[in-house]
Design a binder for this molecule. Structure first.
Ligand SMILES: Cc1ncc(COP(=O)(O)O)c(C=O)c1O
Length: 414
């Protein structure tokens, strides 16, 4: 606990008036924990605990293999996709849940290259999330003769020309939280005949997304961050309807086949989005994600966004007031319309600061080189969390709690 928290009275007022307040009780959060890391691993919904138990004991345990048909296991990639579609501005048949973000990006970037034969380049932001860059590197090497143009953020437009098959960007930057203008960048890609692939991992479930209004071609996104699907939850992918019959999944596995149980000797893609499924769905984790997604049907993205913006504005204001002269600098856009749902502060002892915060019962994360990243999940974070978080951060810096040598030992996962 911490005494005399600046902003506590304001936070109490805002919490009392918060139209989303009821959602916090739907999550199994440890008492007293200030969890500002829902952008890395979302919290556990109570209903998902019950679903996991139902899937394992009630379905796997009782009806065994018949559950594929009797409990709709085989259709889970599609049913969970139906729940994500309205969150990203997709039509119901444009989203499927499968695999991981990395694997899905490989599938879609491979499909994009095949849709633009003769073009030899892919453009991405050099500061894009590393797995996206690594996957594109791997794909380029596999295909041969493909140039991966990793450019500075302000060079993206200049890197687009008639040799580019695809532009691949994150909608919200994993470090700074900067939001890209999806419509403008997609239009720029289309103007040179390229396709646009978006990584929605840091925006889905936190900010409104309209893939079809932006005329995006392809997208991928993460299930375990703001969607609260649990550690290693499957990811999703989007293919605009106009591409679905021509796009080919390079990971042409049996469950993307038109008739998997015909056991044909060669691959024939299913029609529509189903062809982007590759393998047997991970039923247990997919069921948990499917359950967590149902919470979103009880609210709308505009309400979540309004709360997230109010909270991130409040966090910046309180942190800057409490940490003046203590070596902290805002590294996210100040304009809330250009900022996603997390806030990055740089401090030269960022790693040890994040560890010191954990000792106080406040969880954020560290991102190299110096970033203290605080994620706001408006479904369960209260305004009181925000005021307390700012007070803890100020106390850690003022008292130099980060100087403790044991806080400098880096763990495998930061
Ligand atoms: C932007 C972005 N893309 C992808 C991933 C993860 O990809 P994967 O599902 O392959 O682990 C993350 C994880 O933090 C991410 O932030």
């Amino acid at each position: 606990m911490i005494e005399n928290v600046p902003g506590a009275a304001e936070a109490a007022r805002l919490d009392a008036a918060d139209p989303l307040r009821r959602f916090r009780a739907q999550f199994d959060l440890p008492d007293g924990l200030i969890y500002l890391d829902g952008n890395s691993l979302g919290a556990l919904p109570h209903r998902s605990i019950a679903r996991a138990s139902r899937t394992v004991a009630g379905e796997w345990g009782r009806t065994l293999i018949d559950s594929w048909n009797d409990h709709g296991w085989i259709d889970l990639p599609i049913t969970a996709g139906l729940r994500i579609a309205p969150l990203v501005g997709a039509l119901p048949d444009e989203v499927v849940v499968a695999d991981t973000v990395s694997t899905n990006l490989f599938k879609l970037a491979g499909a994009a290259l095949a849709l633009r034969p003769g073009r030899r380049a892919i453009v991405t932001d050099a500061a894009n999330f590393p797995t996206d860059v690594y996957i594109l590197e791997g794909l380029a090497a596999l295909r041969g003769g493909i140039e991966l143009r990793r450019v500075a953020h302000d060079q993206v437009f200049a890197a687009l020309d008639s040799d580019v098959a695809a532009l691949c960007l994150s909608h919200v930057d994993y470090r700074t939280a900067r939001i890209e203008d999806m419509a403008v960048l997609t239009r720029a890609a289309h103007a040179v005949g390229a396709l646009a692939i978006w990584d929605l991992s840091h925006s889905v479930g936190a900010i409104p997304i309209d893939l079809n209004a932006a005329e995006a071609d392809f997208a991928v996104g993460c299930g375990y961050k703001y969607l609260n699907g649990g550690p290693g939850a499957p990811a999703f992918l989007f293919v605009a309807r106009r591409h679905q019959e021509a796009a080919r999944n390079p990971l042409s596995g049996w469950l993307g086949h038109a008739q998997p149980f015909a056991f044909d000797g060669s691959y024939r893609p299913a029609s529509g989005i189903r062809r982007f499924v590759t393998s047997s769905p991970p039923v247990i984790s997919l069921s948990v994600l499917d359950e967590s997604l149902q919470i979103f049907a009880e609210t709308d993205m505009a309400a979540l966004r309004a709360k997230s913006q109010a909270q991130s504005d409040m966090l910046i204001r309180l942190v800057e007031a409490g940490c003046k002269g203590l070596g902290l600098a805002l590294a996210s856009p100040r304009d809330p319309d250009r900022r996603g749902s997390h806030v990055l502060f740089d401090h030269e002892e960022g790693y040890a600061v994040v560890q010191a915060l954990k000792r106080r019962g406040m969880v954020g994360d560290f991102r190299v080189p110096n970033g203290i990243r605080l994620g706001i999940a408006p479904l369960y974070n209260s305004y009181a969390d925000i005021a307390h978080a700012a007070a803890h951060l100020a106390a850690v810096l003022r008292r130099r709690e980060y100087d403790a040598p044991e806080l400098r030992v880096r763990a495998a996962v930061t």
